[in-house]
Design a protein around this ligand. Structure first.
Ligand SMILES: Cc1cc2nc3c(=O)[nH]c(=O)nc-3n(C[C@H](O)[C@H](O)[C@H](O)COP(=O)(O)OP(=O)(O)OC[C@H]3O[C@@H](n4cnc5c(N)ncnc54)[C@H](O)[C@@H]3O)c2cc1C
Length: 616
């Protein structure tokens, strides 16, 4: 029987990320995944990044993760979302060729000698002494650590109209239930649900009626070692269409045939990723919704109409799709469907994603109630790296929510039982002015350093950090005289759009009417300094927000200290100063830090005051 150090079940976005980072610690790793499903496959919209998610992909990249590398290799249309808003909430989003993405995932994982990919279905997992004994449909394996990333496959059930079948996704068998596998893992009271739209024949669309959105050559690639603006794949356009009154009325007229509204689907769907049925019934007065028509791959015949995921019967899908301008003759090649599945109660997990009562067992990805490839990858990284660090006997990697979106997500997930799918967006963070895409390398550098790994990325980050500090100092110390060509170049036409006195570069970059990146680039070229775009961007935006960030830093330092305070939850449960209800919640969630305690729903301010004052 083969023995592994770490076995990961599921070759989706969480699984490959867990395997990739854990392999960097030289452990013997098994990636067990169902046959017939490529590694890193995209069953829904083939895109990576987006609001809050682009930041996660860059955080993963700076930590030594995989997703950014794959997205750059397979990216066929790049965009910046929220580009009319402030830098803090801007996010990169890349449409990927899903075949190319999966090919690269297969290639990269296959090139790592200490990962064994096992294409078999896991049937049971039991503790045997310190190890887990894994039984697949073919054979048995042993492992010290087990990471479960089984996505939507736990007791998965598919719906299209009244048609129902058992499966994890279209044409894929289900995994069975967690209780079948372990017998003792708690799931959330409600099952979750997600859905996908019909796929349209690329040649059946009238593009002349749609708004074209070409790829933006100014968006930086995700991987910090890739040439920032060189594209690995051919770039193509996406298109914008809109629903109308007929579209929405067709859906409303078929309410009794909708599995989501006739009681057939019991699972709870993602609030922030609604189906077209949700939109029709939640916003009865609204008829116009955006539908982004996006290619699934350079050699694929299907277009993905983002925004109209549906589990209505096939004939109703055809009817409402063809009511949209430009889609009058659209041919549906694959119909939309919904999937319902079981989800782990993540309050049973530690912030390392290890199970609280089954040591050495970790959960990551959609099985933890999240929705999206990036959220899955972020958790896969955390589970994989912490399994490896623990085997090495090193401290766990805990990303602070004040410094990363991955930290925000993990703390949110482990603090409350989820009653609906969880999705990241910038408003989930209290510190979004600081946790931006441009400064990810700076934010993640100390965490990456904690891993004590030595790769090209570590040298790059060390140099980047040193240059960042030098350039920050340059901006503070270098003065720009009024007569500088920089001033005349940037002086605006309005009376208040002039630099009418000598200023430091830092002050210049804070001027509201100046683009800080262009300005810093100009100033540096006048000094004959040729620095990388990434560095200039990170410094320019940091300086722009300097005032706000410094103001909140004082409060943040205090909060961070308090939030990081370690707790002994068993002591809290025994305390006489805490209400019975709060003790019940603490006993259930077992918070490990004050920050986690604070996020538990129903914890009273008085309890927080008692704990903060250590009066227990
Ligand atoms: C129909 C559908 C619609 C979706 N819609 C959206 C959406 O609108 N928005 C959004 O953000 N996300 C959506 N997603 C979710 C997106 O696919 C996931 O967020 C992402 O793929 C999760 O990654 P993961 O690694 O957690 O799981 P997955 O990518 O699902 O990977 C799970 C892996 O586990 C393997 N596996 C499962 N059980 C076993 C077993 N017993 N033995 C061995 N291997 C096993 C499978 O083979 C698979 O490779 C949708 C998914 C589906 C299926």
């Amino acid at each position: 029987m083969k023995q592994f150090d770490i076995a990961i079940v599921g070759g989706g976005h969480a699984g490959i990320e867990a395997a990739y980072i854990a392999s960097q610690f030289d452990f013997n790793i098994a990636l067990i995944t169902m046959p017939g499903i490529p590694l890193g496959s995209a069953p829904c919209n083939p895109s990576v990044g987006g609001v809050g998610k682009g930041q996660v992909v860059r955080e993963l990249d700076a930590l030594g993760g995989l997703m950014g590398i794959l997205a750059d290799k397979a990216g066929i249309q790049f965009r910046t979302l929220n580009d009319s808003k402030g830098f803090a909430v801007q996010s990169s989003r890349v449409q990927i060729d899903k075949e190319l993405y999966a090919e690269w995932a297969e290639k990269v994982i296959a090139s790592i000698p200490n990962i064994t990919v096992i294409r078999e279905k896991l049937v049971t997992a039991n503790k045997e002494g310190e190890d887990f004994l894994l039984n697949t449909t073919e054979r048995s394996y042993r492992t010290k650590k087990l990471i479960m990333t089984v996505g939507t496959f736990l007791n998965g059930k598919l719906h299209t109209g009244s048609e129902q079948s058992v499966g994890g996704r279209l044409e894929c068998e289900s995994s069975g239930g967690l209780t079948d596998i372990f017998g003792q893992i708690k799931t959330t009271p409600a099952r979750f649900k997600t859905g996908t739209p019909p796929r349209l024949d690329i040649d059946s669309i009238d593009y002349s009626k749609l708004e074209e959105q070409p790829s933006d050559s100014a968006v930086r690639n995700f991987h910090c070692l890739h040439e920032p603006f060189n594209r690995a794949a051919k770039q193509v356009s996406c298109y914008l269409a809109r629903t109308n009154e007929v579209t929405m009325q067709t859906i409303r007229d078929n309410k009794e045939k909708s599995p989501m509204f006739n009681g057939q689907i019991k699972g709870v769907g993602a609030r922030y990723c609604p189906s077209i049925e949700d939109k029709a019934f939640r916003y009865p007065e609204k008829h116009t919704h955006h539908v982004f028509i996006e290619p699934e791959g350079l050699n694929l015949r299907t277009m993905y109409p983002s925004g109209i995921s549906s589990s209505l019967p096939k004939e109703v899908q055809e009817q409402f799709v063809r009511s949209i301008s430009g889609l009058e003759n659209a041919k549906i090649l694959v119909h939309g469907y919904a999937v319902e599945y079981d989800v782990v109660d993540t309050t049973d997990l530690k912030i390392t994603l290890e199970h609280q009562t089954v040591p050495n067992l970790y959960f990551a990805g959609q099985v933890n109630g999240t929705s999206g490839y990036e959220e899955a990858a972020g958790q896969g990284f955390i589970a994989g790296v912490n399994a490896a660090l623990e085997l090495r006997g090193l401290d766990s990697l805990i990303l602070s929510r004040h410094e990363s979106y991955i930290g925000v997500m993990i703390e949110d997930l482990t603090s409350n039982t989820r009653d609906e799918p969880y999705r990241l967006f910038t408003a989930r963070s209290e510190n979004r002015l600081f946790i931006r895409e441009d400064n990810t390398l700076i934010r993640m550098a100390p965490y990456r350093a904690q891993l004590c790994l030595k790769h090209a990325i570590d040298d790059y980050q060390r140099d980047f950090l040193a240059q960042y500090q030098q350039l920050m100092e340059f901006c503070d110390s270098q003065m720009i005289p009024e007569t500088s060509p920089v001033l005349s170049r940037f002086n605006g036409s309005e009376a208040n759009q002039v630099l009418n006195r000598r200023m430091s570069v830092t002050e210049v970059l804070k001027q509201a009417w100046l683009n800080p990146i262009d300005t810093l680039q100009e100033i540096l070229s006048l000094h004959g300094l040729n620095l990388s775009y990434d560095l200039i961007r990170a410094v320019a935006i940091s300086k722009k927000y300097d005032g706000y960030i410094k103001r909140s830093e004082g409060q943040y330092e205090k909060v961070k200290k308090l939030d990081g305070m370690k707790l002994d939850w068993e002591k809290l449960v025994d305390s006489r100063n805490i209400s019975f209800e709060c003790k019940q919640r603490i006993g259930r969630i077992r918070p490990q830090t004050f920050g986690q305690l604070k996020l538990i729903e129903g914890i009273r301010p008085a309890t927080l005051a008692v704990v903060a004052a250590k009066a227990f």
